[in-house]
Ligand binder design. Structure first.
Ligand code: GLY
Length: 437
């Protein structure tokens, strides 16, 4: 079978690794990712240019395309490929609205009475925002309605001093149509612990993966700016130490009901649904959905998948998805990023990665926003450079493996040493106990 993976990052490197032994693999990527280039035939180009991606897929008789990032989904890459009889793991433009249009998502929860929602309102007039915030008795979160690559969300008490700053920011979002809509969404700020559940969906059936926790802040101790995610961990029983089976099941039920609602309201959702939840004192609430694998969380899940990924992809496109099984192991992923990240200060600098040493300690490496040039050297670009993953019987061991692997990567780089450590996990457990009373 001929399979195309669209996208350039560590998430796509992990997807390619999970498929490489069972198909003829192709990649469409913007940079030359050395991890993907080694195992797939590839073309370099802008993966958001859906005409060009479709042309490449048709020329190469692709049978299934797996779409990594959200931007091409938001442009309708799946509709385009399906018109050319190429089946896709990824939702079409209508179903992808669950990520690309936050007002669609919140309205769906309301209309279909799905639990786990929160107080929110969508605005298109500044006067209404003023009136709403003047009476709002809790901290607000201001979000553009469309895609902003995770950089549009601002929270009162964190990035915004008070409701006055929230009003000013909301006006700017609306005036500049950030995310593509002349609208803004204001939500209540949730207090709790964030967790991720990703699930495969064939449009009717949902198969959830183990829970994971990402770390969006750049520096140790949750300090510094918000990033695309500095690393993540998952546990061998599929839960997290602060997340009970009951709350995991509640979150999965929310996702199942969402899949049913999308099929009625838009179109059957085929692909990976990423649920970002906040575990609050009264249970899980949905912060937002992504219409694709998480990055870094894909790196935790894909190395543990027991059902061959090619079979999962076929079942998604054919609509006969069964339960996908995972090894009962813990995993810790650490992202290694250019010094100064998320600012783009150290672009185009050489890094060296001793893959042999990394593999010799049982760790995995997935390349992200790096570029292998004609001299064969690996250069940084504007974002995260690579992820390393430790897998073992418990989180502690996995963390040690991942941390050791970081020693074999050299360059003007940094990573968070606290991800997956006992201390940090204990803080999460204590936080949940504190807010649950
Ligand atoms: N882990 C954050 C994301 O995938 O968007």
């Amino acid at each position: 079978m001929r399979v195309l993976v669209v996208g350039t990052g560590a998430r796509e490197n992990a997807i390619c690794e999970s498929l490489k032994n069972d198909c003829e693999l192709f990649s469409y990527m913007s940079n030359k990712n050395p991890g993907i280039a080694k195992i797939a035939k590839f073309k370099q180009g802008n993966e958001g240019n859906i005409e060009e991606v479709a042309k490449y897929a048709v020329e190469n008789n692709i049978e299934i395309a797996v779409i990594g990032p959200e931007a091409p989904l938001g442009k309708g890459i799946v509709n385009k490929l399906e018109k050319n009889n190429i089946k896709c793991v990824g939702p079409n433009i209508e179903a992808a609205k669950i990520e690309t249009d936050k007002s669609f998502m919140r309205n769906l929860f309301e209309k279909y009475n799905i639990e786990g929602s929160l107080i929110y309102k969508v605005f298109d007039k500044y006067e209404d925002i003023e009136a709403f915030l003047d009476d709002f008795d809790r901290d607000a979160v201001v979000k553009p309605v469309g895609l902003t690559g995770g950089k549009g969300v601002k929270i009162v008490g964190e990035h915004l001093k008070d409701n006055q700053e929230a009003k000013e920011y909301a006006k700017k979002v609306m005036d500049n149509k950030r995310g593509g809509f002349p609208q803004v969404i204001i939500e209540e700020r949730l207090i709790g612990e964030e967790f991720t559940i990703q699930a495969f969906s064939d449009g009717k059936n949902l198969s959830p993966m183990p829970a994971a926790q990402d770390h969006p802040y750049a520096f140790e101790g949750e300090k510094g700016p918000i990033t695309g995610g500095m690393g993540s961990y998952s546990d061998k029983n599929g839960l997290l130490q602060f997340l009970s089976q009951e709350n995991y099941d509640k979150a999965v039920k929310i996702m199942e009901e969402t899949i049913t609602a999308i099929a009625k309201e838009a179109s059957p959702y085929k692909g990976i649904l990423y649920g970002q939840f906040m575990l609050c004192s009264d249970g899980p609430r949905l912060i937002e959905y992504n219409a694709r694998f998480g990055d870094p969380e894909a790196m935790n899940m894909l190395p543990l998948i027991k059902t061959p990924m090619i079979e999962v992809c076929k079942a998604i496109v054919d609509g006969n998805l069964d339960i996908v099984e995972f090894e009962p192991k813990a995993s810790v992923c650490k992202y290694i990023v250019p010094e100064g990240y998320p600012e783009t200060k150290h672009i185009d600098e050489v890094i060296s990665v001793d893959e042999e040493k990394i593999k010799s300690i049982g760790a995995k490496v997935f390349y992200a926003a790096v570029n292998q040039k004609e001299d064969d050297k690996i250069y940084t670009s504007s974002s995260r450079a690579l992820g390393v993953v430790g897998i073992a019987d418990n989180i502690n061991e996995s963390e040690k493996i991942a941390e050791k692997a970081c020693e074999y990567v050299k360059g003007n780089l940094y990573h968070r040493k606290d991800i997956g450590t006992e201390d940090l996990i204990q803080k999460r457990i204590n936080h949940m106990k504190e807010i649950s009373g």
